[in-house]
Design a protein around this ligand. Structure first.
Ligand SMILES: Cc1ncc(COP(=O)(O)O)c(C=O)c1O
Length: 398
């Protein structure tokens, strides 16, 4: 009998597996290179794992949490939207950050920013709905909306500074558009969108929504909000539109990426705000998250007034800017986040990343972020590594 080839996995996941993300590919190539040459001879700028230690208070808080854990339901289930006291405390902080009065009931605590985006997409997308995103962009967005039949529509950012281009985004709007997804400070460019550009975009969306039965949401992904340098500020989005939704996490600001604590806040000015919140609370549950981890929530709550030492990232930013300038690379100085996105000399990002790798430098081709011709360098590495990479960058650029 002829052997039947068994299909174990879904077609789209099979295609995605074949098309492994460039970040992953380069990270694995880097690990191989470290085995060959020794870790100290490889400059790995591929993966964005926040490496600055969490605030020192973390240790004491964890001890106290351990002491409190051994009691009935000490580590038990909780309301699906998260711990009430944490939501209230976080709402106070977000009210200041967003210049918009929020209370705990406007928030859902999620499994990282990633979990917030997924729960939101599950709550609002129909198959075939379009999600417009400025390119380059965080590559996981495509998977997050693709799980529910959403289609990512990248629209290039503007000019060498990768500015938000409201007019280009608006001209991509169709009947199918459901979300415009923003990320400021931006991964991978480090751009911070201006109040003026956000104002133009939100004003036009507010007008469009007057005649749409299914409104367009403006989803603002802000896990890097704290990472704004040289006095730059990140304008709040909530006051600009009732259809604006903000989300973030403690992965970067407290270096708690493995604890998976994030949040999503819905604008109280949205008509039907309770329905949307009920939907996100439900999808947060039924996607299998149930609720965000309890220890992570308690930890983040106790550390709400703390942050990692931002000076470390600022010093790295300056060190990397010098290394790249000395090597003759062209780039926009990032105003936020912790990435650089220089142009690939010669225009071929894959070829240039291969050349860098031959010199011991691991970078990710820009096409991994929807923008060929550039490369992403992540500064979640010690300053010493950045400085020691200078000679290798110069050699590769000659
Ligand atoms: C732009 C952007 N959004 C979301 C995430 C997910 O972050 P979290 O760890 O909070 O899920 C990341 C992680 O790197 C990111 O860069």
């Amino acid at each position: 009998m002829e052997k039947i080839v068994k299909q174990l996995i879904a077609n789209d996941i099979e295609a995605a597996l074949k098309n492994a993300s460039w970040i992953r590919k380069m990270f694995e190539a880097g690990a191989e290179l470290k085995r060959e040459r020794g870790a100290e001879n490889v400059f790995d700028f591929s993966l964005g794992n926040p490496d600055v230690p969490p605030p020192s208070k973390t240790r004491d808080v964890l001890h106290a949490l351990a002491d409190d854990a051994v009691r009935p339901c000490g580590l038990g289930y909780m309301p699906n939207a998260g711990l009430q006291d944490f939501r209230e405390a976080l709402a106070l902080r977000l009210s200041t950050e967003q210049q918009c009065a929020l209370s705990g009931k406007h928030l859902v605590i999620t499994v990282g920013a990633a979990g917030a985006i997924v729960a939101f997409f599950r709550a609002i997308l129909e198959r075939g709905d379009e999600v417009i995103v400025p390119a380059p962009y965080f590559v996981e967005y495509g998977f997050y909306c693709g799980h529910f039949g959403g289609i990512l529509k990248p629209v290039p950012m503007q000019g060498p500074e990768f500015a938000l281009n409201p007019e280009a985004l608006l001209s991509a709007v169709t009947e199918k558009t459901r979300v415009i997804l923003l990320n400021s400070p931006n991964n991978p460019t480090g751009a911070i969108y201006t109040e003026d550009a956000l104002g133009r975009l939100t004003e036009a969306v507010n007008t469009l929504n007057k005649t749409r039965s299914r409104p367009i949401f403006i989803l603002s992904d802000e896990p890097y909000r704290l990472f704004a340098f040289e006095g730059a500020t990140v304008p709040p989005i909530l006051p600009l539109s009732p259809y604006a939704i903000v989300l973030g996490s403690f992965s970067k600001s407290l270096s708690l990426a493995g604890e998976r604590i994030g949040y999503i806040a819905v604008n109280p000015a949205l008509e039907g705000v309770e329905t949307l919140l009920a939907a996100v609370t439900m999808t947060n549950r039924t996607l299998g998250y149930v609720n965000a981890p309890i220890l992570g929530q308690r930890l983040a709550m106790a550390l709400l007034d703390e942050q990692i030492d931002l000076n470390i990232y600022e010093e790295r930013r300056q060190a990397m800017a010098k290394v790249l300038t000395d090597a003759g690379l062209t780039f926009a100085l990032p105003r936020g986040a912790f990435y650089f996105f220089p142009a690939a000399p010669g225009g071929d990002d894959v070829a240039f990343c291969a050349k860098l790798m031959a010199h011991g430098i691991i970078a990710v081709p820009g096409r991994g972020f929807g923008m060929p011709g550039y490369l992403r360098l992540c500064c979640a590495v010690e300053r010493d590594i950045i400085e020691r990479s200078a000679a290798a960058f110069k050699d590769a650029c000659q």
